[in-house]
Ligand binder design. Sequence first.
Ligand SMILES: Nc1ncnc2c1ncn2[C@@H]1O[C@H](COP(=O)(O)OP(=O)(O)OP(=O)(O)O)[C@@H](O)[C@H]1O
Ligand SMILES: [Mg+2]
Length: 215
Amino acid sequence: MIVLVGGEKGGTGKTTLATNLAAMRAGAGGDVLLVDTDRQGSASFWGAVRDEEDGLAPVPCVQVFGKGVSRQVTDLAGRYSDVVVDAGGRDSVELRSAMVVADRLFVPVQASQFDVWTLEQVDGLVEQVQAINPSLRASVVFNRASTHPRVREAEEAEALVAEFEHLDLAGVVVRDRIAYRRAASEGRGVAEVPEPDAKAVSEMEQWYGAVFGGA
Ligand SMILES: Nc1ncnc2c1ncn2[C@@H]1O[C@H](COP(=O)(O)OP(=O)(O)OP(=O)(O)O)[C@@H](O)[C@H]1O
Ligand SMILES: [Mg+2]
């Protein structure tokens, strides 16, 4: 399966979700490749840090840029069971090119900064790409939602997503937790650090389940 984590906004958690997903898939014995199409290279950096650590399931990682992303990702998907693509910061050639060949697009959205205009752009882009890749399914994942029980922003944002014809809800709400930043800096998934944050681990299990289900 080709899983793309992308969107039209920077800093929403694409790399966090892509790297955790790849780490969990590898940890479960999966044959997964992480593809970094972002010239900032944060997923590749995570992969390089991970390589230096002992005792972690290896996550091979490659960088692919430009219009050739479709062709190269298709080729790589023939060599790995699963390919997780971390798309660049914003609307980019790489994002569009990867969408053409992806099975699933997941769009992280910060519930606290819910931006209808940006999501409209993504919805329109999905519509265009579905003309070429009709099986593409695009789903919104909420990230960095408040951990405060009285703040209901994720629930409110869910209602807004229902307005978009080409986007659905992944049913995943990831909250703002230091555990995500800590694990990332060590090239790990949140479950792979000493004394894992059980809530973050549970959120990432929910995320993994939304992507791979029982597979
Ligand atoms: N749920 C979370 N809780 C706390 N921090 C988070 C969470 N998700 C992401 N972050 C932090 O927010 C910052 C941006 O996240 P990340 O790099 O995953 O976003 P991105 O969408 O890949 O950004 P870019 O568009 O620059 O590629 C990082 O420092 C990351 O550690
Ligand atoms: Mg990133």
